[in-house]
Ligand binder design. Structure first.
Ligand code: EPU
Length: 302
């Protein structure tokens, strides 16, 4: 039975949760892959601890979905409900050199919003798809810029304490495509400190990054960005390319012709197709280079 039809639905609504049954996650992810489930929109941040307690008491399995741009989700009827924050527009306030940003704000939108206030530093992140929350969780980076370098505070729901807490930037460890949050923490807001820079200089930097990205990445195809992390001192894309695997496919899951670390959904790829392709490529890289590629994409399987 759907949660929306159970008595608990009324309690969830009291905590500001909007219930949406029959949501296709293929439509909410940049890969265009994912089954169906119920979505709970968390409209009231301060009630999130009560919502989480209720979900635990009622044994309702759940997962939190951000921008959906770095996740590969199982096919079919999914065994968990999806928690989601409503999208903030623009969800940013500027005070001096600080930007107060809602986690559900669009990352690229934040870069240009800050630019209009003569705040730079984030140029490299232009074109990284997804939400600010996802960028924080993964310490998103490109062209020598990582979001973690600018973080002064993060307000988040902490699963370990079932409370909303504010962490200081110094208390968070940001590494390559990784931050020290727990997997079930939910980013809510962040305070970034950004260097002052003239708008026109920032825009020049943004244009350069956009050009580089357009020249090397398949931007108009369905993907989750790079599928594997780069191993220390090496490039996953170059290794896969060297093995002649561009265009290699299982069903509609295909290694991009443009950038070999982008695996694209060329039509109606399933999660199973994509996982097969990932395992196949990982195995080939392992036997040829002796390197075990680690997923960059987050995989949600049943
Ligand atoms: N290369 C190839 N063939 C390919 C792809 C790349 O030979 O098919 C070569 C390039 O010519 C270059 C080297 O490999 O000499 C590195 O390629 P690139 O500059 O494209 O960078 P990357 O290491 O593949 C990383 C990030 C990207 C980020 C770019 C730009 C990872 C896994 N990837 O890619 O991030 O946009 O640098 O900074 O860290 C992502 O995180 O999803 C992502 C796409």
């Amino acid at each position: 039975m759907r949660i929306s039809d159970k008595p608990v639905a009324g309690r969830l609504k009291e905590f500001g949760v909007e219930l949406r049954p029959g949501v296709s996650l293929a439509e909410q992810t940049s890969l265009g892959i994912g089954g169906t489930t119920e979505e709970f929109l968390l409209r009231q941040y301060d009630a999130i601890p009560q919502v989480m307690r209720l979900l635990a008491d009622e044994n309702i399995p759940h997962r939190f979905l951000g921008g959906g741009t770095n996740v590969l989700i199982a096919d079919g009827e999914l065994p968990w409900v999806i928690l989601h924050l409503p999208t903030a527009q623009p969800g940013i306030k500027i005070e001096g050199n600080a930007a107060m940003v809602d986690a559900s704000a669009d990352l690229g939108g934040m870069v240009t919003f800050c630019a209009k206030h003569d705040l730079g530093g984030l140029e490299g992140l232009i074109g990284v798809p997804g939400s600010v929350g996802g960028a924080l969780r993964m310490n998103a980076g490109a062209y020598g810029t990582q979001i973690g370098s600018f973080v002064r505070e993060v307000e988040l729901y902490r699963a370990a304490t079932n409370e909303i807490e504010t962490l200081r930037g110094d208390d968070i460890r940001f590494d390559y495509r990784h931050a020290s949050f727990a997997p079930d923490d939910i980013m809510l807001r962040a305070k970034l400190e950004l260097p002052s820079k003239l708008y026109r200089e920032i825009i020049t930097g943004i244009r350069v990054c956009n050009e580089k990205r357009r020249a090397s990445q398949p931007l108009n195809q369905k993907s989750a960005g790079c599928i594997f992390k780069n191993p220390p001192g090496a490039s996953a894309g170059r290794m896969i390319d060297d093995l002649g695997l561009k265009g290699h496919r299982f069903g509609d899951a295909m290694v991009s012709d443009r950038h070999a670390n982008f695996f694209i959904n060329a039509g109606r790829a399933t999660c199973a197709d994509m996982l097969r392709l990932m395992e196949d490529v990982r195995g080939r890289v392992q036997s040829s280079f002796g390197v075990e590629l680690e997923n960059e994409v987050i995989v949600w399987q049943n």
